[in-house]
Design a protein around this ligand. Structure first.
Ligand code: 9MR
Length: 454
């Protein structure tokens, strides 16, 4: 069994076992739309996002009704909270959104043409100045096309078609370091709507005003457009970045196991498209857990569109995204070597990172940013199922845990004890669980861990 324990631990010490580690290795963003209420009140939500994603977007708090609820009065506090969270966790921020027909305050809808132009430009300038340097890219305009033509929004009605160019001019001047995007839904494939954007993109690119195109990708199960890659590539060929900005894949409820597998394939396909286009800046999923999603509220009878279940366990779609990013899902682990086939004369002198009991554990260093680092702890059950676990180890050189998630921790000097928090107590025989994680101080380390089951 010693040989088996070592083989598994070595594998996981090197595997990319989080989405963000995989995305970092691919050089793309894996991002999530963040709900401000959960960000403030749910530490598991925060920790899961910090562990798994290297980029965030505000689901609502950077929209105009939140940022400028009455004319000239700006409320940046909720957006600042997200920017601060991102910076603390070494994540980038994608800004969403400056000019949209929804979630715009009534005051601006009531202005006349020139007054509306001034207010729109002031909103863009003040918002982008406030977060200048903090936001990598902005959805400057959102959903401005309907069918094959400009959407007949209050913006268009009051200002005429030039408002889009004016918005980009104001944005370029406000934060020259930010990438400027147009963003919309139902433009993943080649159709009259994406054709209209293609024309607009050519025009804006020729004026140096556009850097990226955002494809929301609110998809229906099994319906990733066949020409999605070709479509994104034609925008990339204009010199633009492309980005999947709001990915979800909705299923008619209740979702069967087979549908969840199909959903995993759909997610995998979208990630593959992004990684195969050199200028794809990343993929954002539109919410963390199924229950956080906007989908059931708007599409009656549909749901389960995201990567996580409501209890923070991962879905097949999560494993598929991880694999598409080059990582190895713990549950997809190849069957642990069988005792019968383990050579009896295994003369490897390195002790396996395990103690007595029928579980083993390893600290996987998934991120190290110099002033701190992040460890994920993988626990593997032996020949029998584990129901409850306690881990012990000693830090080699003054490390300590700054924050942790999904484990109860106690420390005494350099010795640490960590145990399960109930919902992650059970591990089936032979299975590996990405059980919990922490942020550490000092230099990263992967000391030998003793795992005791029960
Ligand atoms: O997910 C957002 C939801 O919480 C809001 O109630 C809704 C209001 O319009 O906006 C949702 O996000 C939308 C995004 O900003 C733009 N593209 C469509 C998204 C889903 O409606």
């Amino acid at each position: 069994m010693a040989g088996a324990g070592l083989a598994l631990s070595t594998q996981f010490a090197h595997a990319q076992s989080t989405l963000r580690a995989g995305a970092d290795a691919q050089g793309i963003d894996i991002a999530v739309a963040v709900n401000d209420n959960l960000l403030q009140n749910d530490s598991t939500y925060r920790n899961t996002i910090a562990t798994q994603f290297n980029s965030v977007t505000a689901e609502n708090v950077m929209k105009m009704d939140a940022v400028e609820p009455s004319q000239g009065n700006f409320n940046f506090a909720p957006g600042d909270r997200l920017v601060q969270f991102a910076q603390q966790n070494d994540m980038s921020v994608h800004g969403h959104t400056l000019v949209w027909h929804n979630q715009s305050p009534n005051w601006i809808k009531n202005l006349s043409g020139s007054a509306m132009r001034q207010a729109m430009e002031n909103h863009i300038t003040t918002t982008m100045n406030h977060w200048e340097g903090d936001i990598a890219g902005w959805d400057v305009v959102n959903e401005v096309v309907d069918g094959g033509q400009l959407r007949n929004s209050f913006w268009l009605q009051a200002m005429g078609p030039d408002y889009i160019q004016w918005a980009f001019e104001a944005a370029r001047a406000a934060d020259p370091s930010a990438d400027l995007y147009m963003n919309d839904y139902s433009i993943e494939g080649i159709n009259s709507k994406s054709d209209k954007y293609y024309q607009m993109a050519q025009d804006l690119v020729s004026q140096g005003l556009l850097d990226g195109m955002g494809f929301q990708s609110h998809l229906i199960l099994g319906q990733v457009p066949g020409n999605m890659e070709q479509n994104l590539q034609r925008f990339a060929d204009l010199g633009l970045k492309v980005r999947i900005t709001e990915l979800d894949v909705r299923i008619q409820m209740p979702a069967s196991q087979q549908e969840l597998q199909q959903q995993a394939q759909d997610y995998q396909r979208v990630i593959d498209i992004c990684t195969s286009i050199a200028d794809c800046s990343g993929v954002t999923v539109w919410g963390l857990r199924d229950g956080d999603s906007w989908v059931p509220d708007v599409f009656s009878g549909y749901g389960a569109p995201l990567l996580y279940n409501d209890n923070y366990t991962t879905k097949p779609a999560y494993d598929a995204v991880l694999e598409a990013l080059g990582g190895t899902p713990p549950d997809d682990d190849t069957t642990p070597p069988d005792d019968d086939t383990t050579p009896p004369d295994d003369d490897d002198t390195t002790p396996p990172p395990t103690g007595d009991g029928d579980c083993t554990a390893v600290i996987d260093v998934v991120n190290d940013w110099g002033s701190g680092w992040q460890g994920n702890v993988m626990i593997t059950a032996g020949d029998s199922a584990v129901s409850g676990w306690t881990l012990n180890w000693t830090w080699p050189s003054g490390q300590s845990i700054t924050s942790s998630w999904n484990a109860d921790i106690s420390s005494s000097g350099s010795s640490v004890t960590a145990s399960d928090v109930g919902w992650n107590a059970d591990i089936a025989a032979g299975q590996t669980m990405n059980a919990w994680g922490f942020v550490g101080s000092g230099s990263s380390a992967s000391p030998q861990v003793t795992c005791t089951a029960g």
